[in-house]
Design a protein around this ligand. Sequence first.
Ligand code: S3P
Length: 747
Amino acid sequence: MELSKTDAPLNILVVGLGLIGGSFAASLRDCGENFHLMGFDLRDEYIEEAVSLGIVSEGCDDFESAVSKADVIQISVPMLAMPKVLGQLKGLDLNGKVITDVGSCKGSLVKAAQDIFGQVPENLVPGHPIAGSEKSGVTAAKSGLFKSHKVILTPLENTDPSALSLIRYLWQCCGAQVNAMDVQRHDEVLAMTSHLPHLLAFSLVDTLAGNPENQDIFRYAAGGFRDFTRIAGSDPVMWHDIALGNSDAILASLDQFSEGLVHLRQAIVEKDSKSLLATFERARTARQHFASMLERRAYMATLNENQGDSVTFVAQPGGTLKGELRVPGDKSISHRSIMLGALAEGETIIDGFLEGEDSLATLQAFRDMGVDIEGPHDGRVVIHGVGMQGLKPPVGPLYLGNAGTAMRLMAGLMSAQRFDVTLTGDQSLSSRPMDRVVNPLVEMGAEIETAAGGRPPLKIKGGKSLKGIDYEMPMASAQVQSCLLLAGMYAEGETSATAPGVVRDHTNRMLTGFGYPLKVDNARVSIQGGGQLSSTAIDVPGDISSAAFFIVAATIASGSDLLLTHVGINPTRTGVISILQLMGADITLLNEREVGGELVADIRVRSAILKGIDIPLKLVPLAIDEFPVLFIAAACAEGTTTLRGAAELRVKESDRIQSMVDGLVALGIDAEALVDGMVIRGGRPFCAGTVDSHGDHRIAMAFVIASLRSQGEVRILDCAHVATSFPNFVRLASRAGLTLSTEGIQA
Ligand code: S3P
C-alpha cells in the first residue's frame, strides 16, 4: 500500500505509551511517511513525556475524542487491560477505522473481542511484534526497536483484507518483517519460545533471591547467570498478564520442560554420563542449528516467502593472493558421512566435517530421528550408529534448509523406513525439482506426495517394501544415483542406476568404506538390498568446490602464489582444474595421497594469463558446481569462452545461468545466456557495480572473486547462504588477500 505525500495525514492513535506503543509511534515518526501521531495513556506523565520527547505530536487525555479523530488505533496496553479498552471502544463509532494491538497472546485477545463485540470486528487486526527489552516505560521507547524484527499478524477469516494490509504496511514502515500466522499456532509457538523462558528466568531469580545465602549468590553470579536471567528484569504486570492470558499453552510447555528436567536430574543421580552428554550435545547443536538456520534466515524464509535476506558483501577492487589456506570440508562427503554413519553398526568418527548449514541440517535431521551424534567440535563428529533399522520417527517434519543433496539423498533412505516422514526446506529448496528422485523411487514401490510440479515438501509414507529397479537416469546427477543406491540398500534384489556421463562417486567410495559391497561398471552402479554397514573412520578432505574460488582468484590476481592444502581431488570433481588448465592456468598438484578412500592433494596456484575456450562437454559434469566462478575466469580471459550442455545449472540453488549473466552484464561484461550454457567474450576489467546473488552461495562467492579485477567496489546482495557451504569464507578471503566486508546480519 502506498500513501501519497499529498494526501491528508493518516491519523494514528497509540493507546498505551509504554515501551512498545512509544517505540511504534517513534518508528512511524521517523519513517518519512505522512502520519499524524497521537498518544493516549491513563498516566498523564507518560503523555507529557511522549509529547516532550517528540514521540507523538499530539497528546490526548480524552479517549473518546482521540478515537473520533483516529484512522488507526493501536492498542499497546498490558494484556489484561485489553478487554477494558475494547469495551470502551465498543460504544464508539468505529466506522472506517482500523484497530490493532501488540499483545503477546492472541487467543485471549480474540476471545475478549468476541465476548465484547459478539464477533471479532472485521476491522480488528490482531498483531504481535517480537521485539522488546527488559526496560519498560515511554522513556525506554526508541525508534528502530522493530527494525529487522518479526511482527506476527494473526488475521481471522473475517478480517478485512484492506485493514490487514494497512497494518502490515505500518509495521513495514517501522522496518519490521511481517508474517501471518494462525491464532492458536501463534500462542503455542510463543509459549515455547518466549513465555516459558521468561517464566524460567523469573522463577530462577526468585528462588535464588529467597535463599538465605542470596548475598553471596548474587555477588558471585557469573556471566551465565546474567545471560540466563536478563529477562527477569522485564515488566511484572505485562508478564503476569501473559502468564494468565496464554495459560493453556504455557502450562503445556512448562510440563514438557519439567519432564526434561526430571530426566536430567535422574541422569545426574545415576551418574549417567552418556545421557547427560547426549542431552547437552543435542541442545548445543540444536541451538547452533536454530540460531543460524532458523532465527537468521530460514525461519524468515519459511514464514515469509517474500522475505529478502540482508547480508551484503562489499568487495574492494584489486588484491594479490599469497600464503597457505585450508578450505572447509567437502559438502558432498560430509552429508554422506552422517547418513551412512547413522545407519552403521557401531561408532563412526568423522574428521574435517563441514560445519556449514547444509551438512548441519543433515546432522540435525538424523538427531531428530534419534541418532546420538556428538559434535561437531573443530570438525570432529562422533556418530553412535543405530543400524539399518534403528531410526526413530521424528516428531515433526525434517527441515533441510537450503540443502538439495540432503533432500534428494534422504528421499531414498526415508522411502524405506517404517514410519512416515516429511522433508521440507527453505524457499530456494522448495522451488527445486524433486521428481528426478521421486519418479524412480515410486517405481521401486515408494509412496511420496510432493507439492505442485514435483517440488518439496516431500511427504513420504512409511512401511513400504521397495523392489530393485534398473534405472537409466535422464540427467547426469550424482544425487539421483546416490538416492537410488541408498534406497537400494533396503530394496529386494538389485538396484542399478546408470548415469549418462560421469558423476561424482563419493557414495560408491563411502559405501565401500562402510563395508557395503556394490558393483561399478563405468556409469552403471548396482547394489544388492539387505546388507549392513559397519562403522568406520572418515577424514573429510577440503571441498574442491570451495577451493575453486581461490584457484580462480589466485589465477586472475596478478602476482599471486597460493597454496591450498588438503583439497579433495576425486577425479569426478576435478573438472575445474582441467578447464582452467585448458585456459592457460598455472596449477600444480603437490603431495598427492589417498585419505580414507578419497584422493587428496595440496594445490599450488600462480597467476596466469587466461584465454577463452570451448569447454569440452565431457568436463561439464565434473565441474558442475564450479561454473559460477569459472564464468568469472572466462570474463578475465582473452577471447570467447563457450559453455554448452549445462542445462542443470538452471535448477541449482538459483538459475545459475541467468543469475551469472545478469551479474556479469551489471559489471560491464559481454555475456550471453544460452538455454544450456553461456557465451562470454572476456578480456575487459569488471566495472564497479551491484549484483544480486539470488541467495545462491556460489554466485555470491564468485562475484567476490570478480572484484580482484574490477575498477571499483563490487556490492553483492543476499549473501547469507554462503554459510551453507563455506561458513568462514569472509575470514579466509580476507586472510588470502581480498578486501571484503559485510553489511547486515553477519554470515
Ligand atoms: C551433489 C551432486 C551435484 C552437485 C551438488 C552436490 C552431491 O548435484 O551439484 O552440489 O553431493 O551428490 P547433481 O547430482 O544434481 O548434479
